[in-house]
Design a protein around this ligand. Structure first.
Ligand SMILES: Nc1ncnc2c1ncn2[C@@H]1O[C@H](COP(=O)(O)O)[C@@H](O)[C@H]1OP(=O)(O)O
Ligand SMILES: [Mg+2]
Ligand SMILES: [Mg+2]
Ligand SMILES: [Mg+2]
Length: 323
């Protein structure tokens, strides 16, 4: 099987990072939420990136990693205490970790997009993380602009009666699986395959500023969706489409930030998870997402993620609106 080592290492690293994030999150006090104290997400973000980069640097020393975070802030003298907190959390999983190692692992994520690279969002959906809603650890391997391996660890996601905590894993040409966070018994998943499916609904961000909720509602309606949207933080939305919990995910540019360009780490892992489950991912003009241009998807605007069946209808509705 292709990319077997990459897949196994990515799973191991993302699960360890998810474990660290959950430990930090369980310790968030209600007062911290009240005060809008962002330190828990800072600690978990840095710890997650450190653990994943440590694994990738050891196993694939020649592969650049394009991670969301860097250690510039954490290296400041006034951040010494924060850095030692991060080192303690990382050390619980990778014993004897020093603060210097943490800094150098995080900075391993400062790589550039090239013919082969990894991209990492150590916590996608920081607002969801702090609200104790959805968030994801998202890791993907990209070669020649095409995502080849994607892992999404969603520690708070619960789609059936089972325990919360789901992992989605996809390898190009080999399908997508979903499992619990023990990684046992991965099940192959498929997108919604009929227009009569009760899950013919759409997902969108909780954050109104990350999209255009009014336009998203109109387009979903034009595509034949009659149910209200399901709002969810993070790339967990891609997991919802891949597993057939929803048929469409719309992320249209917010009128407040029309020039916003999406980041590669916010979409790479999710894209392959949906495509390998039988779905489609493009921008709002129907163009494939181009992961070869740098950290931003400079040639794409908005994102449309579907079960495939609905895709052309959605793009046509968008074209009609703007013509
Ligand atoms: N104006 C914007 N439009 C779309 N996405 C945004 C915007 N501002 C921030 N984001 C990104 O949305 C992601 C969260 O998505 P969701 O709302 O679906 O959970 C974050 O990674 C965040 O990036 P950043 O970390 O740079 O703020
Ligand atoms: Mg993100
Ligand atoms: Mg993030
Ligand atoms: Mg962020």
């Amino acid at each position: 099987m292709a990319y077997e080592t990459e897949k196994q290492i990515a799973i191991k690293a993302a699960l360890a990072a998810g474990q660290l994030c959950e430990r930090v999150r369980h310790e968030i006090s209600p007062e911290a939420i009240e005060k809008k104290d962002r330190s828990p997400v800072t600690i978990a973000d840095f710890g997650s990136q450190a653990l994943i980069c440590r694994e990738l640097a050891t196993e694939f020393p020649n592969d650049p990693v394009v991670g969301e975070e860097d250690a510039a802030e954490l290296k400041q003298p006034e951040m010494a205490e924060r850095l030692s907190q991060v080192a303690d959390y990382v050390g619980a999983i990778a014993p004897n970790t020093t603060p210097d190692q943490v800094v150098s692992w995080i900075d391993h994520g400062n790589g550039s997009v090239g013919p082969r690279y990894w991209t990492l969002d150590p916590i996608d959906g920081t607002k969801g993380f702090l609200r104790k809603d959805q968030y994801a650890v998202a890791l993907a391997l990209v070669e020649d602009g095409e995502v080849k391996v994607g892992v999404l660890v969603c520690p708070a996601l619960q789609l059936s009666a089972a325990q919360p905590g789901l992992m989605f894993v996809a390898v190009r040409g080999e399908g997508t699986t979903m499992s619990g966070l023990d990684g046992q018994n991965p099940q192959t998943i498929k997108v919604v395959s009929s227009e009569n499916d009760p899950n013919l609904r759409f997902v969108e961000s909780v954050e109104s500023g990350h999209g255009n909720q009014a336009q998203q509602a109109e387009i979903a309606k034009a595509a034949g969706i009659t149910q209200d949207s399901l709002r969810m933080d993070s790339q967990a939305k891609y997991g919802a489409v891949a597993s057939g919990e929803a048929a469409l995910y719309l992320r249209l540019p917010s009128p407040k930030t029309p020039d916003y360009r999406e980041k590669i780490w916010d979409h790479a892992a999710g894209t392959i998870v949906v495509e390998e489950a039988g779905g489609r991912v493009t921008d709002m003009h129907g163009k494939p997402l181009d992961f070869s241009q740098g950290a931003k998807l400079v040639d794409n605007q908005g994102v449309v993620v579907s079960n495939g069946l609905l895709h052309d209808k959605v793009i046509a509705a968008l074209q009609q609106q703007t013509s």
